[in-house]
Design a protein around this ligand. Sequence first.
Ligand SMILES: [Ca+2]
Ligand SMILES: [Ca+2]
Length: 562
Amino acid sequence: MPGSSKRSVSLLLLLAYFPQITGCSKTSRVEPARVEAGGNEPVVGVTRLGGEQVRFDAPGSLGQDSVYGQIGGSSRAVPLDSVEKIWVVRGGVMQRVKPSQIRTVGERVVGATTLDGRDLAFDKAGAGGYVRADTVFAVMNGEPLLLPLDQVQRLWIRKTDAAKSALAVIGVLGGALLVTVAIAAATKESFPFVYSWDGTQYVFDAEPYGGAISRGLERDDYARLENLRPQEGFYKLLVTNEVNETQMTNQMELWVVDHAPGVSVLPDVRGGLHLVSNPVPPASARDHQGRDLRSWLERTDRVIWEPLAVADSGGGMRDEIVLTFPKPRGADRARLVSNVATGIWGSHMIRAMLQLRGREVDAWYARIDGGQHSRDSLLAWDLREELYHLLIDVREPDGWQTRGVLPGGGPFIAEDRVVPLDLSKVEGDSVRLRIRPARGFWALNSFALDFGEEGPVKVDTLRPYSGKDARRGDVLSEIASSDDRYYAMPYTGDYGHVAFRAPAAVAGSERTVLLHARGYYRLHLPIGGDPDTAMLRRLGEVPGAAGQFAAEQFSQWQVAGR
Ligand SMILES: [Ca+2]
Ligand SMILES: [Ca+2]
């Protein structure tokens, strides 16, 4: 970054903070802090030299020499040298970081997945990889590597927080369509982050209860904590709110399973645990355009199939992927083992669709919280569109039959999840499964089928031993059980520590620890105006309209980012 623009940026003061906790129209001021280019904070407007106030329609962004935002529906760039003050919302609504600015936000590129599905892991020595202009600069296998961004499908970013001793490696979409905004959505739109103490640091390990955007949608979530290790007899978790929302945790407990080595213990969506010993990858995986997706979907790795929210060559916003697995003779049931997350754009669409309700969003929340009928129709709509639930169809003699449902999750951590499948009507020596994900809403990592025998799973349930919020102190009684008491984290930056007494290890067995968490969250939305009733009606009544809306929003966002 040229010195002049950096200097002008550092002169700009952060002046405002809008705590839109419940959509109330309260604006308050907090202590000034510096705005960093590429920082977390979306720009709501600027004060120009001479005092003119400019307020953007939607959060804008700070570029190298201009502030970008929308005014009256059209994109504007306000040159920094004409700006006196920048107004930002603290917390990440949507972060746009220019490639040239990635190093200024303390992130390091540790790898890249290319558009053709290669996983490149950069050498860890030195400062790690970084992005400048349209190129990733890194060292791999001791050799310098220059990788054009338009060959990148996903960048892997290492984020550290020294104060909390926390580490997270997350994947963000890159690629030709996003060159000018190469790091998109580095802040997410939902779900608390849970970090596991691994003996030396906290490592990002779970994102519970995604999609539970109001109390009526509160749900249980089950996630393996692969990084958790006991220390001095305790398992320790760090829970953080890193996004612009209020997170409400009702309950946290650990499930400890000591089991035979070499077996995986995996949860289904209802919290049933399954012993999986021999998951078989698909023999073939093809989409409706004939693309071979097997190398993307055959194992859980950094090669993740995530179509952008752009129509395919036929104008469609739904993909259709058929997975074929060999079937042992006589097998009449199997367990689908999937590793699937909500896509980055799909995660963002939760916010975009809520914002359509404008000032009436609280009335919508009240309906969802107050009545099963409203919740049922929301779920029915979601199942029709397959935005946050994915139907698993099985090919039977009389056609495709839906035999399972897979919920979204993530978007930054996808859990392995089991879907028990009835195959009693499947004929022949193979099983064909079909999924029809809405484009932009899904990040598909892997699918496998396990035909092994089920056995009983013995679970040791651990209630929390201590729970301390960094600001409020003791929260143990709030997370101890599922009731009407919640551990609330209303502000971005809130965090707390939860500890559990670790049972002694069992000789000769392997241990799997799962987090069972229950809760919900509320997004902090901008002060609402008139609801967009025409669009809301279209989304509700017209099949496929939600996918079209996502594509329109994506297209507008790309234009605004240029
Ligand atoms: Ca509780
Ligand atoms: Ca994969």
